[in-house]
Each structure stands twice: as structure tokens, then as C-alpha cells.
Design a protein around this ligand. Structure first.
Ligand code: ADP
Ligand code: MG
Length: 273
């Protein structure tokens, strides 16, 4: 509503009447501990709709934990996390904040796709059955409708001819492409990737990155934890360097990679590039 600019500004809502937001993810001073181990100390970043953000950083810096917080696999202890304008894991009523019930959390999670390092496909289901599992079970879609959509997605990741195959008969790269199709089958508004190519043989990395690149081109909002600096440079709108549970540096990927501003970023890049 163009007559209410203040309301639009304060909620992050578009003024176009669609009810959507320009910003898909806002992490504001996120804190997350495991016992006395403060894993995320102060994570702030925002991801606009349609943007691709790559996250790099040493092992143990909290990258996976951050993605897991966005996807309800962990609960934050402090700060504020929203996806598409909705508070994640919590509900606010006036001044009070309530934890979401598991059912409410599951409802939010439906819209967020995640692809892990290990392609965790169901081994006893065919490729097609893997892809239609969530749409039929969680969204209660008919098998016919879910299958038609699944075939479109398998086509998109170049694996339509493998629909009836079992995961064990596929290469790691093919399994990871199925995992991407499976996540997309829920029509997510946000896709999270946690080192999706790290477990792959080098010759299989390219096919998975290519699918991710096409997905980025199609306008999907993506957060990608990766060690693939070429992908980050080419595809990411923004690159985030995390170390020790904080965002050390963030910016245009070409800038950060070729001209890092912080000593810790320089030291990390010197090790990996
Ligand atoms: P990264 O993905 O950057 O390698 P992680 O987010 O996996 O880092 O881990 C960050 C830190 O959090 C590590 O010290 C790890 O041991 C710890 N951690 C992660 N998950 C758990 C958990 N479920 N319980 C206890 N500690 C955890
Ligand atoms: Mg990790």
C-alpha cells in the first residue's frame, strides 16, 4: 500500500500489495551456544529475494550451525532471525516471544529447501519416489500431480531417465542432483546448501555446480556454504567470510577474494586459493 510508507518500511513489506518482502533472510545478531561453547557469537547478514550469498570460512567456524538455525534444525539463543518477514522458531505477541510448537515450525520449514554435503536420499526408494515423498506426505499432493512435477524437476537437473533407478546405482554427482530436485519439489522460497560438493569426487563437482548455477539464474534465493571459490566468484551476489562464530567480512565476491580487507580473511584465502 503506497499510502503507508512507514508501515512498509518498518515491516520490510513491499509497497506493491503482494505482501512479499524484498529481503528474504535477515539475521540480526544471532547467538547460538552448545553448552558453554558459543558457536555463533554475533551473526548479522541479510539476503535479498533472488540473491545468492556464498558463505566461506574455516572448519568449525559455525557455517553449518547458521544454516541449521535458518532451517529449524537448531534454535537460536539470541538475536533475531526472519525468513520472508516471518520470525523463525518463535512467535511474537506484543512484547512476549513464544517458541513455536513443532507443528508450526514444520509449517515454516516446508518453504525452505536444504541440500547437505552427504546426499541423504532414501535408499529404499527410487529417484522419483524420493522426489515425490515430501510433496505427497507433507503437502498431501496427489501422486499424479507430484510425479508430473517431479519429472519436470528431474528433467531440469538432467536425470529424467533415472526416475526409476535406486540411489545406490547413481554416482555421487547424480545423487546430489536428485537431492536438489527433491528439495525443489516443495517449491521452496529459499534454498540452503551446506557444502554440496565437498563429498564428491572432483570430476563430479562441475555437474552439481552447473545445476546450482542454473537455479541461481532462475531467480532462486540461495545461501551456499562452499569451498568452491570459482562458483562464489561467478555466481554469488555477495560473499560472507565467517570465522569463530562471527561474520568477519562480507562484500562483492570478486572484491573479497581479490582484495580481502581483514587479516583473518587474507590468511584463510591464502590457505585455500
Ligand atoms: P562449520 O560448518 O563452519 O565447520 P559447525 O557449525 O559445524 O562449523 O560447528 C561449529 C562448532 O559447533 C564446532 O565447534 C562444533 O563442534 C560445534 N557443534 C556443532 N553442532 C553441535 C552440536 N549438535 N552439539 C555440540 N556442538 C556442536
Ligand atoms: Mg559445516
Amino acid at each position: 500500500d503506497a499510502t503507508a510508507p512507514d508501515a512498509a518500511a518498518s515491516t520490510g513489506r513491499n509497497a506493491n500489495g503482494s505482501g512479499g518482502t524484498d529481503t528474504m533472510v535477515v539475521a540480526d545478531r544471532i547467538v547460538k551456544s552448545f553448552g558453554s561453547n558459543v558457536v555463533l557469537k554475533d551473526i548479522s547478514l541479510s539476503v535479498k529475494r533472488g540473491e545468492v550469498v556464498c558463505v566461506i570460512g574455516p572448519s568449525g567456524s559455525g557455517k553449518s550451525t547458521f544454516l541449521r538455525c535458518i532451517n529449524h534444525l537448531e534454535k537460536i539463543d539470541g538475536g533475531r532471525l526472519t525468513v520472508d518477514g516471518e520470525l523463525i522458531g518463535y512467535r511474537q505477541r506484543g512484547d512476549k516471544i513464544y517458541e513455536l510448537r513443532p507443528k508450526e515450525a514444520a509449517e515454516q520449514r516446508k518453504d525452505i529447501g536444504m541440500v547437505f554435503q552427504r546426499f541423504n536420499l532414501f535408499p529404499h526408494l527410487t529417484v522419483l519416489e524420493n522426489v515425490i515423498e515430501a510433496p505427497t506426505q507433507v503437502k498431501r499432493q496427489s501422486k499424479a500431480k507430484a510425479s508430473a512435477r517431479a519429472m519436470e524437476l528431474l528433467e531440469r537437473v538432467g536425470l529424467a531417465e533415472k526416475a526409476k533407478a535406486y540411489p545406490a546405482s547413481l554416482s555421487g554427482g547424480q545423487q546430489q542432483r536428485v537431492a536438489i530436485a527433491r528439495a525443489l519439489a516443495m517449491d521452496p522460497k529459499l534454498m540452503l546448501f551446506d557444502e554440496p560438493t565437498s563429498a564428491l569426487d572432483p570430476e563430479l563437482v562441475g555437474e552439481v555446480l552447473e545445476v546450482m548455477k542454473q537455479l541461481a539464474k532462475s531467480g532462486m534465493t540461495m545461501i551456499v556454504v562452499t569451498h568452491e571459490m570459482g562458483f562464489a566468484r561467478e555466481v554469488a551476489d555477495s560473499l560472507v567470510f565467517m570465522d569463530g562464530g562471527v561474520v568477519v567480512e562480507t562484500g562483492d565476491p570478486r572484491e573479497v577474494l581479490s582484495n580481502p580487507q581483514h587479516e583473518r580473511t587474507k590468511a584463510f584465502l591464502a590457505r585455500v586459493l
